[in-house]
Design a protein around this ligand. Structure first.
Ligand code: PLP
Length: 363
């Protein structure tokens, strides 16, 4: 199998931590596990270049829910801002907030997948409680200047909480979280385990828990910590950050090589200034889903959009920002674990598939 759907999930690095104790236990095994979690937190904070607290969750979905609902419980404002193309784990929270009496501004993403700084600035009000904007878009690869957006928000309202879902950025591109209050990341997009996410709370930022039970994690998230998941996340982050630049260059090389198919196919790149990890293209006269199935039959995995709608339906974000290219969209998402040989195979298979499906002749 050749795997180019690394924005959906990545193959996990083999990792078997010997620390199985319950971090709340008073004996040696518990104390060891607690110490290892503390080390993992230090590692993650250092890679994020932030001082603060990390709350471990069951994934990015829970981290986003905690950021959004947890920060609003501490705030009296009834206005919130997000974009119209967030991941479902953010969008669904804002839709729920509407039902709870909040006024939601959905900033429109432009064709390049980013929101306008001027529109963001205009949207921030004295009663804005929370702003949540993705760092790297999971379908398009669009990259926001998150530090700048946080600066704009806090310049207009210093009490508004700024959250970013950085799942597709952390461990992949150089990030700058200065000015950001809350950051979401997770393990399985960077070759860690599934079922582990993290919410970074910058020093001084507080959220209310959304789970109640034992007083684990300083009362911020009830439930026994997923020790294996947490250590796997930190281990994956170490691998990612130790080689951040070279991985970036390697993946960019894969993207550039793959895009040589555009010399034969008149394809459209749906987001030009994207992270090299995520490439979203549309091939004229070739339905994305049909090409996906043809590639899958050859053992090659790509996608047409996010896998996170819970069903295998046909929604993709281009329907919102550029509908005429939506049907033909294909997302190829790379990892540093891919090889150039795999990219050559993918190129050949896409060219073959596209020519079979559209009647395009190859030179
Ligand atoms: N946010 C983004 C940007 C994602 O790409 C994903 C995963 O697809 C999530 C959140 C949700 O992650 P999880 O399914 O691990 O909760």
């Amino acid at each position: 199998m050749i795997y180019f759907d690394n924005a959906a999930t990545t193959p996990p690095l083999p990792f078997f931590p010997p620390w199985f104790g319950n971090p709340s236990s008073l004996h040696e095994a518990g104390i060891r596990a607690e110490g290892e979690i503390r080390k993992a937190t230090g590692t993650l904070l250092s890679f994020a270049a932030q001082n603060g607290v990390i709350v471990y969750t069951s994934g990015a979905t829970e981290a986003n829910n905690t950021a959004i609902f947890g920060s609003l419980r501490k705030h009296s404002g009834k206005h919130v801002i997000t974009t119209n193309i967030e991941h479902p784990s953010v969008v669904a929270c804002f839709q729920r907030l509407e039902g709870m009496g909040y006024e939601v501004t959905y900033l429109p993403a432009a064709e390049n997948g980013c929101v306008s700084e001027a529109e963001l600035s205009d949207a921030v009000r004295p009663d804005t409680a929370l702003v949540s904007i993705f760092y790297v878009h999971n379908e398009l690869g669009a990259v926001h200047d998150i530090r700048r957006l946080a600066e704009i928000v806090h310049g207009k309202n210093k009490d508004a909480v700024f959250h970013t879902d950085a799942v597709q950025a952390f461990g992949k591109i150089k990030t700058d979280f200065r000015g950001v209050d809350l950051v979401t990341f997770c393990g399985h997009k960077i070759h860690g385990a599934k079922g582990i996410g993290a919410l970074l709370l910058k020093n001084g930022i507080r959220v209310d828990p959304i789970f109640f039970g034992g007083g684990q994690q300083g009362g911020l998230r009830a439930g026994t910590e997923n020790v294996e998941g947490i250590l796997s996340l930190a281990n994956a982050a170490k691998h990612a950050y130790e080689n951040l630049d070279s991985n970036f260059q390697k993946v960019k090389g894969f993207r550039d090589e793959f895009l040589k198919i555009s010399e034969v196919l008149g394809l459209r790149i749906n987001c030009e200034d994207a992270s090299p990890y995520i490439l979203n293209i549309s091939i004229p006269n070739v339905k994305g889903e049909i090409l996906l199935n043809a590639l899958s039959a050859e053992g090659i995995c790509v996608s047409t959009g996010s896998a996170c709608h819970g069903t295998r339906d046909k929604k993709n974000v281009l329907r919102t920002i550029n509908p005429k290219y939506a049907e033909n969209a294909l997302r190829v998402s790379f990892s540093y674990m891919n090889t150039m040989e795999e990219v050559y195979t993918l190129k050949e298979a896409v060219l073959r598939g596209a020519s079979n499906l559209s009647g395009i002749r190859r030179r």
